[in-house]
Design a protein around this ligand. Structure first.
Ligand SMILES: Cc1ncc(COP(=O)(O)O)c(C=O)c1O
Length: 459
């Protein structure tokens, strides 16, 4: 079998029909092995910031096998099970002591849908059924279901042609250094939306405290969070944090929320919770959110077939054990700043690199037009894909995105290694990435030729 499979050679319905997909046969630590014998260094935890422990972790594999032997599945509607009970308890004791209850799902989109509904249920139970509107920053990604897709305001790069299906949602421009370094513009937009729709119609503010793919490693300035907190208190809406990526130690603390001057009422975690050994995510809420239901209808009737099933929860427990036993959150917190320094040093002087950001093991590299060092690169160059392809040719997996048509961000590269990556492996990731950028820089400069300078960002 060849390792790159095109749309014409498969019965699978591929995501992009013009791409040929290399076939991965196995993984070991932070290395991926393709079916035709290539060895790829994984700097993005399985490509989707999931495999935070790397591949082949025996303790997790054995826990999964042992649970599958005992019982892999039964429906949460009829029974509970020990792994679900224990994992919920460990999450509220270890990961998020400020939270009171946990509801498991199979993926991030489901967890975020559950969070939207939980916020809504909270208000309905408290006699405020008019509160349903959700406000969120536009440059974000919260999932691919219609509810979660509506939370992002990326009309051009994500929502078309499904806009007609999306519920009404309200968005702020992100408070990035490029447009709004103090966060005051975003807060002003929030005030205008509140004024327009009426404070008592708002259910929640929904956001990534530290962005993942949409604006890698970006978090608004403290002033934004402080202003948001005041407004949530004043207007009575809830704060929901999507920590599907940033949770479970990715940014050097169990939750990114723990580093910010604001406390969410509801938080979702995923990706690193199952670490790629099982599909697993969760929505967690504080006591007052749970109490609204406990003292009201006593029902939050939302379920998917696999929610809280024994097998994924046993995997989650084993993952948490490994993270704790090996002190991996501390490792990410301590090693992350040095990794950022190393990446910055390696990219210094590149004419296509703008901001290089990092929080723990979540790093982002912004690409810019070399002709002025600040504009987005022309969309048709598709620098994001060039980076991914060149990196792959050099034996490195990174993940790039292009949101240029929405005007808030251009081409961005995400680097999110496994917490278990050795110093030597991190060094090699930086080295191969610098070589990737140098090669892309050459082709970009060559292709730009004498084209006019690109339009100003956001124009
Ligand atoms: C921040 C964030 N939220 C939600 C999701 C959706 O998760 P899933 O793909 O598991 O539904 C993702 C996926 O990449 C994500 O990055």
């Amino acid at each position: 079998m060849t390792s790159a499979i095109g749309a014409e050679q498969t019965s699978v319905f591929p995501r992009f029909l013009d791409l040929a997909y290399p076939s991965i046969e196995r993984g070991e630590g932070v290395w991926l092995f393709t079916a035709d014998g290539r060895k790829i260094l994984d700097a993005c935890s399985g490509g989707a910031m999931v495999s935070c422990l790397g591949y082949g972790v025996q303790d997790v594999i054995e826990a999964a096998a042992s649970q599958a032997n005992a019982i892999a599945y039964y429906y949460n509607h009829h029974f509970t099970n020990r792994p679900q009970e224990q994992l919920a308890e460990r999450l509220v004791n270890v990961v998020a002591p400020e939270m009171a209850r946990v509801k498991f799902t199979s993926g991030g989109s489901e967890a975020n849908e559950a969070a939207i509904r939980l916020a809504r249920a909270y208000h309905v139970e408290r006699g405020q059924p008019q509160r349903w509107r959700v406000i969120s920053p536009a440059q974000a990604y919260h999932g691919s279901t219609f509810g979660t897709l509506a939370l992002s305001g990326r009309r051009h790069s994500l929502q078309q042609p499904y806009e007609d299906y999306l519920p009404e949602s309200f968005h702020l421009s992100p408070a990035t250094p490029r447009f709004d370094p103090t966060g005051e513009t975003a807060l002003g937009e929030l005030d205008r939306i509140v004024e327009k729709v009426g404070a008592d119609s708002i259910s929640a503010f929904f956001c990534e405290p530290v962005s993942a793919a949409a604006l890698p490693a970006y978090s608004p300035p403290p002033g934004f969070w402080e202003g948001l907190k005041k407004r949530a208190q004043r207007h009575g809406f809830l704060i929901c944090f999507d920590e599907i990526v940033s949770g479970m130690g990715r940014v050097g603390s169990w939750l990114a929320a723990h580093e910010l001057p604001i406390e969410p009422d509801i938080v979702t975690i995923g990706k690193g919770l199952g670490a790629g050994y099982a599909p697993l995510a969760a929505v967690l809420c504080r006591e007052h959110v749970f109490d609204a239901i406990a003292q009201g209808s006593r029902e939050f009737d939302l379920g998917h077939t696999w929610d809280g099933a024994p097998l994924p929860c046993a995997v989650g427990l084993a993952v948490l054990d490994v993270i704790q036993r090996r002190g991996l959150v501390d490792r990410v917190r301590e090693r992350g700043p040095r990794l950022l320094d190393e990446l910055r040093a390696a990219l210094k002087g590149s004419s296509i690199v703008g901001e290089v950001r990092g929080r723990g093991f979540l790093l982002g590299v912004e690409l810019v037009d070399p002709r002025d060092g600040s504009s987005f690169l022309p969309r048709e160059l598709d620098a994001a894909s060039r980076v991914d392809d060149t990196a792959f040719d050099l034996g490195l997996l990174v993940s790039s995105t292009q949101s240029t048509p929405d005007g808030y961000a251009g081409d961005e590269v995400l680097i999110a290694p496994a917490y278990t990556s050795s110093d030597a492996e991190l060094g090699l990731m930086v080295e191969r990435f610098a070589a990737t950028i140098a090669s892309v820089e050459r082709t970009v400069i060559h292709e730009l030729g004498r084209q006019p300078v690109a339009a100003a960002p956001g124009a």
